[in-house]
Each structure stands twice: as C-alpha cells, then as structure tokens.
Design a protein around this ligand. Sequence first.
Ligand code: MEV
Length: 402
Amino acid sequence: MKFYQLTPKQRREILQSEGIKLEKIDDQVLARLDQLSENVIGQLRLPLGVVQNLQVNGHKYWVPMTVEEPSVVAAANHGTNIFAQNGGVQAVSKRDGIYGQIVLRVNDDFVLAELENAFPHLIALANQKFASLVKHGGGTREITAKQINKLVYLRVLVDPAEAMGANKTNSILEFLSTKLVELPGVAEKLFAILSNYSSQLTTAKVKLDPATLGGKRVAERIALLSKIGYEDPYRAVTNNKGIMNGADAVLLATGNDYRAIESATAVLASQTGQYRSLSKWTMEDGLLVGELTLPMAIGVVGGSIKAREDVQQSFAILGQVTSKQLAEIITGVALANNLAALLAISTVGIQAGHMKLQARNFVTELDANADEKKQVLAEMIARKDYSESYARKILQEIRKDK
Ligand code: MEV
C-alpha cells in the first residue's frame, strides 16, 4: 500500500520505526485531522490568544488570534486599547464577490460580441444550477471578456454570500466552461480557476488624539514613519509584515485562507507600480489619522470552518458575526498591530517589548518545574535582563538557595 493509503496510525508507525519521536495524539483527534489534509501523521499546535477590546463601528468584540510570535497579541491589545480611547475603528467594506477566470483559445471565425451576447443567458444558467448559493444571498453576478489575439480572457464575478467561496466559484467556472466550449468559434478551454486578485476590500480608519499616544511629537513621528513606508520598499515590506501579524493571526484562528489574503495584499501594495505600505498615517487637524485597506476574501461558513472544533471555539469568542463584520474586525486588528509597531519603533524601539516576551520562550525551555520557571521569569523582569544565559543563571541560584 502507498503511504497515503495507510491510516494515520500506520503512517506514524512507519516514522517511529525510523527512530522519529512523535508527539502523543488522541486517536479521535488524529482521525478528524486525517479528513482535513493528506498524509496526516499528527498536528502542530499554536497558542490561541485574545484581543479584549476591539471596537468596530460601535460594536465591541473579543477577537481570537493564533500566532507563535511573542508580542503580536500584546501589540494588538495595545493598539486596540488606544483605538478604544478614541471612539474605536470605523470600517467600510466592498463585498461584491470574488473573481473567477476562464481563458479560451478561439478560432479565426470567433466574434467577441457574439460571445458577450451569451453572457446574460450563461449567468442565468449558472444561477439555476447553483440555486442554493442564490438562496443564501449569493450567485454569479457578472461576466466580462477581453480578447488578445487567439485568447479570450473571461472574468466572472461570483458573490459567495457568507463563505469565502473558492470551491463554489471553481465549480461555477467549470460549469460555465462546459457551456462556453459549445459556442461558435471557441476552440478549447485553456483553464478555469478562481483568481485571488484583490476584490473583497475592507477599509479601517481611526482618528487618534495625540495625547493618547504620548504627545504630538510621537504622533508626528508615526506620520513621518508612515511616509517613509510609502516611499521606501525596504520599510514598506516590514510595515506590511506588522500588519499581516495581526491579520494572519485572526485569519488562522477563524479557519480562513491566509495564503489567499497574503497573495492579494501584494497586488494592493504594488498598485502604483512600486511596492508600498498598505497603511497610511497622517496628521489632520491635530489628530493622527490611520487608514488601512485589505483584501478580505474570507468567510464565516464553508471550507473546514464548521468541521473544526478549534475554529468553532474562535467563533464562540467572536460571537455571531457576518463575513463583512469579520473582514472589518480583521482589518481593525491589523491596523492596531501596525500602530503598536510604529509607536514602539518611533519611541523606545521594538526590542524593549520583544525581549521581555522572548524571555518567556527561554523560560519555557528551561529544564525546571513550574514554580522555578515562575521565579526565573519574575527575576528577569525585575532585573530587565531577558537573556537566555541570565535565565539559566537565576535557575542555578534558586536551586543553590534551596
Ligand atoms: C515584527 O513582527 C513586525 C514589525 O517589524 C513591524 C514594523 O516594523 O512595523 C515590528
């Protein structure tokens, strides 16, 4: 039998027979994970943290974040607390749908206008065939086409309702392709697949009183740093990494496809022809105004969302949210992470906070009991020495004293 045909338990036995030490895992958990992916032999666990005070469009949320990097959840809480002192985040979304692409090869006798005449009928056929999507408020909305020599590029807009919609869109595209290849002048379908191009867009905006940031000078520094991020790709990419720290952590916690969002942000960041920061911070009438637009092809149903208990736990924390609300929550958290990073690097520097949190990793790795670890961490914080060597030294001292 091939490796992929074995049960997860059998696969684990093969790895173990090679001397690879595997983590213990519950049989039921293993069986469930086996349904989500292929060649499953275990699981990788990440911490789940919470942002406690995100306010978006007048609603308060607790937001789950999954991330292994120390300081990301702390940064999100820091940023959202500042937002909360300033009336929270105002967000707007454009959620017309996601794009699908069908590319056809055509013959010499092909006439684009004739193909375009067929679009209303094709849309009606797709909406008949995928009636359950229409029932949920979605459906195929629009088809447009352009011809370049012997190739015709069709762009299909599908409203996926409350789901991210990748699977449904691909099914619709394949259905449409079977009809398109029957039309006059069409030689063959080259491919039909959704496009991850930025389409579902959410903008989050905050207006901050400099007094809540440590004063006018700090606010002006943040605006200057933002300008540098607009002009210099070396800074832009780091600025955007800080934004994705927040976005990815919520995407991951809610079972959404963070790879799709990551690839789409590159389009937005490069739309002027140069890679730039996704956020913008400016001084306006004495306030620091921050704005961020992110592509948000996400869902609250569909994919593995319903099937995963860990993801359902995240939705229990969030409360009942629509995909639009979740998109606005994610963009709000991402803007908060961005602010916290800009605030840190324009004042004390990022390492002050980072090192303190990094110290926890060193302490976790110590061969010590829980009580000793607690004492070591407290001492490191008191002495402001967050190095691994100091952690070991304190442990030795604690043991000597005993
Ligand atoms: C670290 O994960 C993210 C930051 O580098 C972002 C930034 O510099 O804006 C702090």
